[in-house]
Design a binder for this molecule. Structure first.
Ligand SMILES: Nc1ncnc2c1ncn2[C@@H]1O[C@H](COP(=O)(O)OP(=O)(O)OP(=O)(O)O)[C@@H](O)[C@H]1O
Ligand SMILES: [Mg+2]
Length: 354
């Protein structure tokens, strides 16, 4: 087992910069998720760590050892791909043992390692079956078992659940989390599914246009996004962004939301964006200081809560409200943002202020 350090890695495909000086540290036994929209460079970064792709510049260290330029087989890593690449005409046993036999390991050792990996993935009963006879979720487990059987220093996974249907995907997510907790292998896991990232990661590296824009624990990425991109990418519905401009009244700085005035924290001036998550807007009745009125346009009763689409001062926001709140399209509600959950952003750069 080992840590992973990616240092100032750049990758250009012709004139296109797929990675712009990316640095990332994954601690020994840590589970890091690379999360970002399609085309942001997740697979490229993973393939560079694996040695399947060469970097234009920069370094990769595994367990403190510089592996830049080394081929994949010299890095002691194992990779699980989106399509699993299990061999359908081979038994589960032979699939899991495939890499070990390639290494010319004695058959008794192959057997011990196959049994151990199969037990870890709870597929001992499937060993004699052909993988073509298995369900998607079982095939998935074979792919992970095959990777773990190699006892790699580092496990790299690229969207391993994306071929599964929604229900199975959710089941496998929880299962994978439990199973990988036991294996304690340093892991980089790629996904563009934010729920998967939140669920699995010790830390999430959010990528955007070839850069890591934030690298934090899931709860911090969620509650303290460093840019409007992160706040908008994570959360469903995403964080609300309300544009306002600060003006001074008696030496204090205020911004307007609709007909209300809300006080800005010290140091926040000019054109700014107030970021607030839908569940952090409380519906209040006595219009307290700091609240503002908004009009509901769409009401969606979703069971555990109601999802409201509302407008205020020409801007659209989303509010998560209690299931029993009486509200209808056209109704006006007073909303109070939880002051501890407000994030301020510079309206031009999108960077968090303070
Ligand atoms: N071999 C290549 N030649 C040219 N451009 C490439 C090559 N591989 C990747 N790219 C480009 O680099 C960018 C990053 O690709 P990458 O596959 O890393 O994205 P990704 O984040 O994994 O996206 P997805 O979520 O769709 O898998 C994309 O714009 C892609 O078109
Ligand atoms: Mg990809």
């Amino acid at each position: 087992m080992a840590s992973i350090q990616v240092e100032k890695v750049r990758k250009a495909f012709g004139n296109f910069e797929a990675l712009k000086s990316v640095s990332l540290e994954v601690r020994d036994q840590e589970f890091t998720v690379l999360l970002g929209p399609s085309g942001c460079g997740k697979t490229t970064l993973l393939r560079i760590v694996a040695g399947l792709e060469s970097e234009t510049s920069g370094e990769v260290l595994i367990g403190g050892e510089d592996v830049t330029g080394l081929p994949p087989r010299a890095r002691n890593i194992a990779m699980v791909f989106q399509n699993y690449a299990v061999f359908p005409h081979m038994t589960v046993y032979d699939n899991i043992g495939f890499g070990l036999r390639m290494k010319k390991m004695p058959e008794a050792d192959v057997e011990a390692k196959v049994q151990r990996a199969a037990a870890m993935m709870h597929i001992e009963e499937q060993l004699p079956k052909y993988t073509g006879q298995l369900s998607g979720g079982q095939r998935q487990r074979v792919a992970v078992a095959r990777a773990l059987a190699m006892e790699p220093r580092v496990l790299l996974m690229d969207e391993p659940l994306s071929n599964l249907d929604a229900l199975l995907r959710m089941e496998m997510r929880a299962e994978l989390k439990g199973l990988l907790q036991e294996s304690k292998t340093t892991t980089i896991y790629v996904t563009h599914d934010q729920v998967e990232a939140m669920s699995l990661a010790d830390r999430i590296a959010v990528m955007y246009q070839g850069e890591i824009v934030q690298y934090d624990e899931p709860i911090d990425v969620y509650q303290k996004p460093e840019t409007t991109f992160v706040g908008g990418f994570i959360g469903s519905p995403p964080m609300n962004f309300i544009e306002l401009s600060a003006s001074e009244v008696n030496g204090r700085s205020y911004g307007r939301i609709g007909d209300s005035r809300i006080q800005m924290p010290a140091g926040v001036t000019g054109d700014v964006v107030l970021g607030i998550r839908p569940e952090d807007l409380e519906v209040v009745t006595d219009a307290p200081e700091g609240s503002f009125a908004a009009r509901a346009t769409v009401v969606e009763p979703l069971g555990p809560h109601q999802q409201l689409t509302m407008t205020v001062g020409g801007q659209t926001i989303r509010v998560t409200a209690a299931p029993d709140l009486e509200v209808w399209p056209g109704a006006s509600l007073d909303l109070l943002p939880n002051p501890n959950r407000i994030r301020w952003f510079d309206s031009r750069s999108g960077q968090a202020i303070g």
